[in-house]
Write a protein that binds this ligand. Structure first.
Ligand code: UDP
Ligand code: MG
Length: 309
């Protein structure tokens, strides 16, 4: 019989895990034509998440876990889950019930009926989310889609079901700076989108601060497009051209009317504008350089301290 793996990254989710288990198990009971395993990836939680998982393991032999030596971030947790699951089909979902377990059944059925490679969800509303966060999220998608070859669907989430072939393809991407939203699109394959209303967290708090999301967005940009690097070339060319035209104008003016010492504001504004553009360009190069530095070190993406597989 085939195997369905449910991979769940968990970071400080003690309050919600039991509820999650009850909900997901109800759904899994309805899927009878396949064996199942649930793999919780404990991403260095500081609360009792691991203990809760171990208690659940005593009740249910389909439950497995991987526990990291520290918090390595959701991307590493996703990777570890995909690395260690054995399913022919693999579901990736959050523990906080923002990815409703009831959808798993719908997605599984679509996958089997339509024989596609991946079924994923797309948030159709950002209800309950702050206006600023939605604004920046939309801006991010507009920006990245206008410069990157890989198109990202606004509102698409990590919540998805994939075939073994898709999982193996994802695992072939061995980069250190992982941006799953981009990776899922980059690998290709036939994907069907299911619409989902925004759901609030069942308990606990989100581990994403605004700054965290901002960094994640920059990471996405840097991982999936080199267009910002070209910005420096474009800015540089335009300003050099402008400076050249201005220089000719100055020479002619001096020849015709003689030199004057006015023009202080022009010089100051030029210095400021050019200085700003140079700093921006250096900053952009720095972003890519730092990512390249991390990739070169080729460090492991996580360490497993404890597991039951
Ligand atoms: N998560 C994780 N490691 C982290 C942060 C989050 O494994 O460093 C897990 C978390 O337990 C949850 C999922 O990733 O299952 C999504 O996190 P969260 O709900 O905080 O993010 P949001 O839903 O607000 O985007
Ligand atoms: Mg959440």
């Amino acid at each position: 019989m085939k195997l369905l793996s449910i991979v769940v990254p968990c970071y400080n989710e003690e309050e919600v895990l039991n509820l999650f288990y009850e909900e997901i198990i109800k759904i899994l009971h309805k899927i009878t034509d396949i064996n199942k395993e649930i793999i919780f990836v404990n991403d260095g939680s500081r609360d009792k998440t691991l203990e809760v998982i171990k208690k659940l393991e005593l009740k249910d032999c389909e439950i497995k876990h991987i526990s990291f030596s520290r918090n390595f971030g959701k991307e590493s947790a996703i990777l570890a889950g995909l690395d260690n699951c054995r399913g022919d089909y693999v579901v990736l979902m959050d523990a906080d019930l923002q990815h409703p377990p009831s959808k798993v059944l719908e997605m599984y059925n679509i996958m089997i009926d339509k024989k596609c490679d991946m079924v994923t969800t797309r948030r159709i509303s950002r209800k309950g989310e702050s206006k600023i966060r939605s604004f920046f999220a939309n801006l991010f998608y507009k920006l990245i889609n206008s410069v990157s070859d890989v198109k990202m669907v606004p509102g698409s989430q990590d919540f998805r079901i994939m075939t073994r072939q898709v999982v193996n393809s994802i695992l072939k991407l061995s980069e250190y700076n992982r941006f799953s939203k981009g990776i899922f699109n980059w690998i290709g394959y036939d994907t069907i989108y299911v619409e989902l209303e925004n759901v609030e967290r069942a308990a606990g708090t989100t581990s994403w601060s605004f700054m965290g999301l901002f960094k994640y967005a920059i990471e996405g940009m840097v991982s999936f497009t080199t267009a910002p690097l070209k910005l420096a070339t474009v800015f540089g060319s335009i300003t050099s051209l402008g400076a050249f035209v201005y220089l000719i104008y100055l020479i002619i003016k001096t020849l015709l009317y003689g030199a004057d010492i006015s023009g202080f504001p022009t010089i100051v504004s030029l210095i400021l504008v050019l200085g700003g553009i140079q700093l921006l360009a250096i900053g952009i190069i720095g972003e890519y350089l730092s990512k390249t530095y991390l990739e070169c070190k080729n460090r492991p993406k996580y360490f497993i301290k404890d597991k039951k597989l």
